[in-house]
Write a protein that binds this ligand. Structure first.
Ligand code: SF4
Length: 359
């Protein structure tokens, strides 16, 4: 890929691959580089990658005659992130250009400064509303449901799983309703109760529109929590975990993809005050409200998960996750799919109001 291409999130890590696979990967990347550039002899190559990648590629690059620099070598993960952040700021690397989807968009949001203004306004809104809107939670129908989400990590995990295809209020109310209908939320018992869980979700009023899928996902989650986390879902965010690790752990659960994993990390940080390491590795959740606000405010010019993630990381590199909550709230409250309320929106002074864009 070329330097101005954006890499979409991926869930394979070279560090987890066997050594012969890593070696083959290094030789393959070197061969592709040589092919694309016409040869690597005496070429100067800067490697910016974790050890698993740099170890695999540096030897074949040197064997091909390239002069290799590896400035991240020997740095720990957090130090690597700090080095990159400092270096990016120092060099003021420009945002990758992207083709405008609409001719009138270009002059409205033309540079990083404009986007930074939107990001700053989002963070301001977040600060000013922490008490009113602590997070996406607090939207369940009852205080009892919210209390359960806070008290029981497995209930929280179920809420994350259910938060799809139905209103957030209903999804976050789900764990309490399921507990009431089953009489417990014990993963050791639920893991073998698929039929009962299905029946509890399906009983009128149904807890979810995707009864079969969600029943399976809940039971599979119970199984995984028992076998991997000794029955304690709170171990997903055990002390010392990085944001990226927690995100990856959530994604191991059925029906939890990048969007919900990012949302879960955001909730843990913002709502529960969980201290995660290296929040630079956190993401905004690619959900419909976030996507719409990112598009209409000019933060991105196309609906692309890789771009949304990358721009959030660029605009708030230390804690990209903090952009998630205000964006979601604004999308939900003002930036409706139809009839957006721009005059009332906290972004009205900085947003180019590209309301023809929609998702
Ligand atoms: S409601 Fe209007 S001002 Fe607010 S984010 Fe949407 S387009 Fe921008």
């Amino acid at each position: 890929m070329s330097p101005d291409e954006w890499l979409a999130p991926y869930d394979l890590a070279l560090a987890n691959a066997p050594s012969d696979y890593r070696d083959a990967w290094g030789r393959w990347v070197t061969a592709r580089l040589a092919f694309k550039t016409g040869g690597l002899q005496d070429q100067s190559i800067l490697v910016l990658a974790p050890a698993a990648y740099s170890n695999a590629i540096i030897a074949p690059l040197r064997a091909a005659g390239a002069a290799v620099q590896d400035p991240l070598s020997g740095l720990r993960q957090g130090e690597q992130g700090a080095w990159l952040t400092t270096e990016v700021q120092r060099r003021r690397i420009a945002t990758p250009p992207a083709a405008p989807e609409h001719p009138t968009d270009t002059p409205l949001i033309a540079n990083r400064t404009d986007r930074q203004g939107v990001a700053d306004a989002l963070l301001e809104y977040r600060k000013g509303n922490e008490k009113l809107h602590r997070s996406r939670l607090g939207f369940a129908h009852t205080a009892e449901a919210d209390a359960l989400l806070q008290a029981d990590p497995f209930a929280f995990l179920i809420g994350v799983i259910l938060d799809e295809g139905i209103q957030a209020e209903r999804a976050w109310q789900g764990p309490l309703e399921l507990k009431n209908r089953r009489g417990h939320l014990d993963p050791w018992r639920l893991r073998s109760q698929l039929g009962a869980v299905r029946g509890a979700i399906a009983a009128p009023p149904a807890l979810h529109r995707f009864i079969e899928v969600m029943a399976s996902a809940v039971v599979m989650a119970a199984e995984r929590v028992c076998t991997v986390y000794a029955g304690d879902a709170g171990r997903l965010w055990a002390p010392g975990s990085t944001a990226a690790q927690v995100d990856a752990r959530f994604r191991e659960f059925h029906k939890v993809g990048p969007k919900k994993a990012a949302m879960a990390v955001e909730l843990l940080v913002s709502h529960f005050g969980i201290e995660l390491e290296e929040l630079s590795g956190s993401n905004v959740a690619y959900d419909v409200h976030v996507r719409r606000v990112f598009l209409r405010s000019g933060l991105v010019d196309r609906d692309d998960i890789g771009l949304v993630t990358a721009v959030a990381r660029q605009l708030n590199p230390e804690r990209p996750v903090l952009l998630d909550q205000p964006t979601w709230l604004i999308g939900r409250r003002w930036c409706h799919a139809t009839a957006p309320d721009c005059p009332g929106c906290p972004l009205r002074d900085v947003c180019p109001q590209l309301t023809h864009r929609n998702v």
